[in-house]
Structure formats: structure tokens, C-alpha cells
Design a protein. Structure first.
Length: 132
């Protein structure tokens, strides 16, 4: 993990919450301070037998904090301040980097229910994050 850490920069993410006997409700989740989020991730590059190089990445998730647990049992791991800088430091050992993955405060995220319009990949634009 030490040399393949990355940050995925996002302004928010979607989460789907299953409701009893109803369609899933989609939520747009953003930082409370309306800024960008830096999500902890890992990247890798693999070469197929054909010689084709494939880059991939994954987000690190953690158990949802109490503010998010009513929507989903997991959430991405945001890193703030110096933790984000240290996460990217190749000299920072894996054991140290893992310690950076601590829960964010309950007030870090804000959530808003959005319409199912976003569920179609052909739909783009501000309508995808309009509150319902």
C-alpha cells in the first residue's frame, strides 16, 4: 500500500438507501463546508499478457459514522489537512498511513435527497443534484 496511495478529489458522491417496499432513495452527499473532498484511495497498474497497461484505483471505505449510518453502512474515507499530505508522502510508512484513516466528525457531511433522475447514466447536469 505504501507506494500506491492516492487521493480522489470529488465535490460529492451519491449513495442509495433501500426503503422498505419502496424504490431506493438517492442521496447527494457533500462536505458541510461546500468544498472539495479528498477521499483516500489506492491505485495500481497492471500489464495484461497482451502487453496492454491498465490503471485502476479504489476508494478506501470505513463503517459509516452515526450521521451517515441511516443511509448506508459504509462511507468513503475523507482525509483533511495534513493527513491528506501525509497520505501521499511515499516516505510515510504503511503502518503510519493506516493511522491517518480515522473517522471524520459527524458534522463533516451534509446529505440531500435527490430524484431518481440521476439513476440514468445518460442524464447529466445540475438536475442530478437538485433536492427533492
Amino acid at each position: 500500500m505504501g507506494k500506491h496511495r492516492c487521493l480522489v478529489v470529488v465535490d460529492g458522491y451519491y449513495e442509495w438507501h433501500r426503503l422498505p417496499a419502496k424504490p431506493k432513495q438517492t442521496y447527494w452527499i457533500t462536505p458541510s463546508e461546500d468544498s472539495l473532498m479528498l477521499l483516500a484511495g489506492l491505485w495500481d497498474n497492471n500489464t495484461k499478457a497482451s502487453g496492454q497497461s491498465i490503471d485502476s484505483c479504489t476508494l478506501i471505505t470505513t463503517a459509516a459514522n452515526s450521521a451517515m449510518s441511516s443511509i448506508h453502512d459504509r462511507m468513503p474515507m475523507p482525509l483533511v489537512g495534513q493527513a491528506a499530505q501525509l497520505w501521499l508522502d511515499p516516505g510515510y510508512k504503511t503502518e503510519q498511513a493506516v493511522e491517518l484513516l480515522t473517522a471524520v466528525d459527524e458534522s463533516f457531511f451534509k446529505t440531500q435527497a435527490v430524484s431518481s433522475y440521476v439513476n440514468n447514466v445518460r442524464n447529466q447536469g445540475p438536475e442530478c443534484i437538485a433536492a427533492v
